[in-house]
Design a protein around this ligand. Structure first.
Ligand SMILES: [Ca+2]
Ligand SMILES: [Ca+2]
Ligand SMILES: [Ca+2]
Ligand SMILES: [Ca+2]
Length: 700
């Protein structure tokens, strides 16, 4: 994800701007879909589904408000954060605002009083997927807003980590990944900088009242979880490729491991001569530096103590530009933390009290060369809970393992590697055995002409592979997860593409590549989808792993055969039927998507975006700046929802960090509309034609 681009885009869309800091007093009225708010004097009506802001010339101010519910709804009263002159349990209110009860924000001099109507549905037709108002709402000022080192700029990473129970009460807890920049973001997002980014994560625990609370201090002994060392430049977590937290040290409490890096959209220094490179390094990393420090992070893990409290344990190895952290068993009965990075893979061993460096021991392991050193950094390791066997999946397959040369060697980005992936079995203390590998049929490979600019006839030749008939250009077998589809079900590998070249969409989704045509990767604003390629369209292949051998499923277990903008795949039973479902996590516009197992292992998507989206966002002026993520928190099998303000990079959002909200579900997953593959493809094509994909389309 490229945050600099993202912020630039926001700026160009007019979503962010320079806020005035002159005094401004106003009333903000929130009318949910299903009810209007009527006023006597200040305004006529704030219509259903609107946010209405009315400037106030002076104080005191008095008025009469009434919630007028539409058919199928009942007026309940006002939200808890409505101005205190309203009785929250009455559908009417006589607001009385005085200088005394109308406090402003001293930092911004911005004064506003909030009036948020609360209604409920009285019929099946008007019932909404999530219960309103929210069961829990944290204000940003009570989260990172209260942390002294988060005052300059902060951001909430692409989604929370879920599917664990850290206080063992049977209700799931949530880990929020918050990053705080130690200097203000440059006004120009293209400016090259090396600002330190320090973690300020928060743990949100379930409580006895079926809600959640900030339990960070209780568990970690500090207001926030600082997973970044005070040395080095800090880091952000690659949450989309995180594993499900699980107990590694035998105390029943889950451990959390993650790759920290600074691959966070800061503008990289321009490619140039060695001298120019060195000049950037010296400028950003200090006069004595010889290597680029700006992407490196110290690595850490969250490890439980026997009493259920936690420590942040730091790896025993220097900072690395890390893309994946995986854990492996060892002969000590603890675990080894392997940090795959652009450099020498580093390995730290947990002794029970600290990490020690065992990189050298790992170098002596069987097949270390092929599985690790000459492998790729976008890997995934898993230990099968039934057999206790551990495997490592590594993108690409060496020609030496296949025993023949690859096709299209002359245009291949890695001429010695076949496209595909390798599956290695790991034995503690010994190393890796090649279990199996997958390479696509030569018949499925193709070459396409791809240009940069539709105005020019120039093109280069790019390699691609047909996956479920979808031409996939510059394929990368990078995003993968393994799960059993039920407790005794088959072990299944989901292998998706982080393709660099994109794939056609709309009417051309499964059309073979036209050798005479020049194709273009698009960012939208096009009139036809012919000849265009979409980057976030990722075909997914599924494989049974049977006795260590890969067997591609006859049909893809993802109904559409592809996903949209969903680099993170997380497997969990969302409806309590014993069949494992999937939660997708996206970048850019941070959204969670849901895929339901039909009982045979096949997953079909549910269209979360069609479920009364206004209900979640009607009181948010800017849905674009929010992340939304379905959760399965409690035991009722109704799909809950979390949404959060993405962050506060202060130069752009002077009001500070926003809220984090949990809403309890009221629908069974089956009640959400089936997202038909054809509809999904159509939505993608419409998005490119009408808006441009970059976060502007709610496809989930
Ligand atoms: Ca819990
Ligand atoms: Ca543990
Ligand atoms: Ca299920
Ligand atoms: Ca629920």
């Amino acid at each position: 994800m490229n945050i600099a681009t993202f912020l630039k885009l926001l700026g160009s869309m007019g979503v962010i701007g320079v806020a005035s800091i002159a005094f401004q007093g106003s009333i903000i009225v929130y009318a949910p879909p299903g009810a209007s708010v009527l006023a006597n004097s200040l305004f006529g009506a704030c219509e259903s589904g609107s946010v209405c802001e009315f400037p106030l010339a002076s104080l005191p101010f008095q008025d009469q408000f009434e919630i007028r519910a539409a058919e199928g709804y009942r007026a309940v009263g006002w939200s808890r954060d409505t101005h205190p002159s309203c009785d929250t349990s009455l559908p009417t209110c006589e607001p009385h605002l005085t200088a005394k009860n109308f406090p402003g924000d001293s930092a911004t001099q911005y004064d506003s009083a909030k009036f948020q109507a609360v209604i409920e549905s009285t019929s099946a037709e008007t019932s909404t997927a999530w219960q309103y108002p929210a069961v829990k709402r944290w204000a940003g000022k009570d989260l990172e807003g209260a942390i002294n080192y988060c005052g300059e700029a902060a951001i909430r990473w692409i989604g929370p980590t879920v599917d664990f129970d850290v206080n063992k009460d049977g209700v799931q807890d949530v880990l929020m990944h918050i990053s705080c920049y130690q200097e203000a973001w440059p006004a120009n997002p293209q400016e090259i900088h090396n600002i330190e980014v320090v973690a300020a994560w928060k743990m949100l625990c379930s409580d006895a009242t079926a809600s959640h609370y900030d339990c960070t201090e209780e568990l970690f002994g500090s207001e926030v979880i600082n997973t970044t060392s005070s040395q080095g430049g800090g880091g952000n977590p690659y949450v989309h490729v995180m594993n499900k937290p699980r107990d590694l040290n035998g105390d029943g409490y889950p451990e959390f491991w993650y790759a920290l890096n600074r691959d966070d959209g800061r503008t990289a220094f321009p490619e140039g001569t060695q001298e120019e490179n060195q000049a950037w390094i010296e400028r950003l990393c200090g006069p004595d530096a010889t290597t680029d420090c700006t992407r490196d992070s110290y690595q850490s893990m969250l490890i439980s103590n026997s009493d259920g409290t936690y420590q942040v344990a730091f790896a025993a190895t220097p900072p690395v530009n890390c893309q994946a952290v995986e854990v492996f068993p060892n002969l000590l009965g603890t675990f080894d933390m392997v940090m795959f990075n652009y450099g020498v893979t580093a390995v730290s061993r947990w002794t029970g009290t600290e990490f020690v460096d065992v990189t050298d021991e790992w170098h002596s392991y069987t097949n270390y060369d092929y599985a690790i050193e000459r492998g790729n950094v976008y890997v995934h390791a898993f230990t099968d809970e039934l057999t206790q066997e551990t495997y490592l999946i590594v993108p690409n397959v060496h020609e030496a393992l296949v025993g023949r040369e690859r096709l299209y060697k002359d245009i291949a980005r890695e001429p010695d590697l076949h496209l595909g992936f390798s599956l290695w079995r790991f034995d503690a203390g010994e190393g890796f055995t090649l279990s199996d590998y997958y390479i696509p049929d030569d018949d499925d490979l193709f070459v396409a002409k791809v240009g940069d600019d539709p105005e020019s006839a120039n093109y280069t030749l790019q390699e691609g592979v047909y996956i479920h008939d979808i031409p996939t250009l510059l394929p990368n077998y990078f995003h993968m997860k393994v799960t059993r589809m039920s407790s005794n079900g088959e072990l299944v590998l989901f292998m998706q593409q982080e393709n660099d070249g994109g794939a056609p969409f709309g009417d051309f989704l499964k059309q073979p590549i036209d050798e005479d045509r020049v194709y273009y990767l698009t960012n939208g604003g096009i009139e036809t989808s012919q000849g265009y390629l979409a980057g976030p369209l990722s075909p997914i292949q599924t494989f049974y792993i049977r006795d260590g051998k890969l067997e591609e499923t006859p049909q893809p277990l993802i109904e559409a055969g592809f996903v949209w903008n969903t680099p993170g795949m997380f497997f969990q039973d969302f409806n309590g039927d014993g069949h494992i479902d999937m939660l997708g996590k996206s970048g850019h516009q941070n959204r969670g998507s849901i895929y339901i197992n039909d009982g045979t292992g096949k997953l079909s998507q549910r269209r979360i975006s069609s479920a009364s989206p206004q209900t979640w966002f009607h009181d948010r002026k800017d849905a674009f700046n929010y992340g939304a993520y379905p959760l399965h928190l409690d035991q009722d099998n109704k799909l809950d929802l979390m949404f959060w303000h993405k962050g506060d990079t202060r130069a752009y959002e002077p009001e500070g960090p926003g809220e984090i909200v949990i809403m309890k579900g009221s629908w069974d997953i089956e009640e959400f509309e089936h997202y038909q593959p054809a509809q999904l493809n159509n939505d993608i094509a419409l998005c490119y034609k009408e808006q441009g994909w970059f976060g502007s389309c709610s496809i989930f």
